[in-house]
Design a protein around this ligand. Structure first.
Ligand SMILES: Nc1ncnc2c1ncn2[C@@H]1O[C@H](COP(=O)(O)OP(=O)(O)OP(=O)(O)O)[C@@H](O)[C@H]1O
Length: 273
């Protein structure tokens, strides 16, 4: 469990707080989507959870341990894939030999399987990779590390279209019951079918914090023709076929697929009460 309590944070030299008295509880064992407009603090929050940035005040606890202390027992169970990173100039084998001992549940078979799913060779040299390939290799290593917590910042940025569905497959097939994955992203269509829980942020305000199941029980996502009944509509956007709408759902209505973009736009307009 990740317990964020009343935190404050501003970057060194900046007087503007990214977070002011912000609290959030992440129960875990699911795939969480962390969504928000540019500059709301999604990346900052992931860096704070992983203890790479220091809080001004408040506390972040991971399973009861202070994240800021970067206790090795917690770090062995937490892997953070930032949006941008460098990999050293060495072979993947050498990288694995050097870094895998830190992760007690590291599994080379998982790494090989993920690389194959990403259509990458197993014997590669990290210095010869494109940005998208680097991302796939690092993500494969992250999944193979088998940590209980996996944080990913904009994981599909820089990936081509086939890689995005490979990414969904790779993450979904490596999910286990006691694993918590937090994905911060703007590419909502890339992760829509993957998420179990949605958190939408607007700086220190939480616009939405709900499981996909709860959202689908409360709302239905439909395309309606102009002039069709709109009594139950909470939010509508015109589309080529008519209107994409979020409507209140009653028990007689069928379950619909969540439309994250529509949900996000409704949440930012404070329409999800
Ligand atoms: N190194 C830094 N120094 C000063 N301010 C920063 C720094 N990095 C980020 N910020 C500021 O902190 C705020 C939150 O940034 P952050 O990158 O966490 O947002 P984000 O939600 O991840 O944005 P995006 O969706 O654009 O990636 C922004 O206002 C940004 O300007």
């Amino acid at each position: 469990m990740i317990d964020i309590r009343n935190i404050g944070y501003s970057y060194p030299g900046s007087r503007k707080e990214v977070f002011t008295n912000f609290s959030l509880n992440i129960k875990g064992n699911s795939i969480y989507g962390l969504l928000g407009k540019n500059g709301t603090g999604k990346s900052t929050l992931l860096y704070l959870i992983s203890g790479m940035l220091r809080l001004k005040y408040g506390k972040i606890e991971i399973d009861g341990e202070d994240a800021g202390r970067r206790n090795p027992d917690i770090l062995r169970e937490l892997f953070f894939v930032p949006e941008e990173f460098d990999l050293p100039s060495m072979t993947l084998d050498a990288y694995v030999r050097l870094n895998s001992p830190f992760y007690p549940h590291f599994d080379r078979k998982v790494l090989n399987r993920c690389l194959l799913d990403f259509e990458l060779p197993l014997n590669l040299n990290l210095k010869e990779l494109s940005m998208g390939q680097k991302k796939k290799v690092y993500m494969s290593f992250a999944l193979a590390a088998n940590t209980r917590m996996l944080l990913m910042d904009e994981p599909t940025n820089g990936m081509d279209i086939p890689s995005k569905s490979q990414f969904r497959k790779v993450v979904a097939s490596n999910m286990s019951e006691n694993r918590t994955v937090i994905i911060s992203t703007h590419q909502v269509h890339d992760v829509e079918q993957l998420l179990d829980h949605i958190i939408m942020l607007d700086r220190s305000r939480i616009l939405l914090n709900a499981s996909v199941q709860d959202i689908c029980e409360r709302y239905s996502f439909e395309c309606r023709m102009p002039g069709e009944n709109s009594d139950d509509v909470i939010y509508a956007e015109p589309s080529l076929q008519g209107n994409n709408v979020i409507a209140r759902r009653n028990s007689e209505k069928e379950d619909t697929m969540i439309n994250l973009e529509l949900l996000f736009n409704a949440a930012t307009k404070n329409l999800l009460k």
